[in-house]
Design a protein around this ligand. Sequence first.
Ligand code: ADP
Length: 383
Amino acid sequence: MVLNAGSSSIKFAAFGAQDDLPVLLRGQIEGLGVRPRLVISGDAGSRTRDITCASHAEATELILHELGQQLAGRPLAGIGHRVVHGGTRFSAPVRMDGAVLDYLHGLIPLAPLHQPHNLAPIRQLAAARPEVPQIACFDTAFHALQPAIATRFALPRALHEEGVRRYGFHGLSYESVVARLARHAPHLADKRLVIAHLGNGASLCAVHRGQSVASTMGFTALDGLMMGTRSGSLDPGVLLWLMDEKGMDARALEALLYQQSGLLGVSGLSSDMRVLRASEAEPAREAIALFTYRIIREIGSLAAALGGLDALIFTAGIGENDAATRAEVVAGLGWLGLAIDPAANQAGHARISPEGAAGEVWIIPTDEEGMIAAQLWRLLQSA
Ligand code: ADP
């Protein structure tokens, strides 16, 4: 069983405990805190039903119950969790125990939007199902082998030693895309890639020979691209100005940067790309234009870190579904040799660059849950 718990949703999946990890069930509870719904997806499409559940803990209970019913009492071999931050200690999946949990709890200030939600069900399930092994898989792990220079801020050394450095996030998504690409496009395995994870959270990762060499997210999941409600990179002088001139403290800045900025802040309308695409309002258009502009500029920066670019890969909600964003981004990158085939892009084919283009463009759906299941299974096998 895999759990990917976020602030307003919990995604879950069940896999058969065997080498090819057949998917038994996928679903999510969404709208937590607003109007909770349970979505179960299967081969025949997805079913949604309204549920009553007042908390994340109740939602986790409900998922266990639902799995128990759907899987007719087949025993749980293990539970894998997505955990955003592994800090400096964990660069590989780890089996949970009290000491590990305490360390991960200490990282909450580094990922206040995600880490508390990731950890809560681990504690809960340790109490409810103590006999079932639980492991944590980290979004930071894929970036752990980046060259040292890519991880350093130009701050005094002592701060770096204390852990104030670039970590990078969305690692489970990037790992799953790299694994899928190895099957769909093995000729890219040792090439220079930029993977664009464009969802509510958004980041880019420069990958060379299958490994992360740089990423737009840094110390927290706030850096880099403009996102649904997060600002992305910001002149740090803006923060000093807001503190001095507006009297904002850390909590007020946190709310501004994590929840009120990005597509939502600039459009004044919504953090949801579908809503913005459907709008005629000028601020909505401006929000999309800035989103695209920031992606183009950051891809230029990662291409420099890679010393060139062989392929661009789109993934996650916007990357997989919004043909207009893909077309606009690639239109700004012709100078890097990238081109798009409009028909293939519109149809959402896997490869969307024309035959013979110097730089290839692909759509590869992300599968964070599948990646967690693979890591869980590997760890259970080696135990
Ligand atoms: P999360 O980071 O929460 O997992 P997702 O990867 O699901 O987010 O991405 C959510 C984003 O994807 C939203 O901005 C949503 O509007 C966008 N999105 C989903 N489907 C489409 C679509 N068909 N066209 C355009 N945007 C889409």
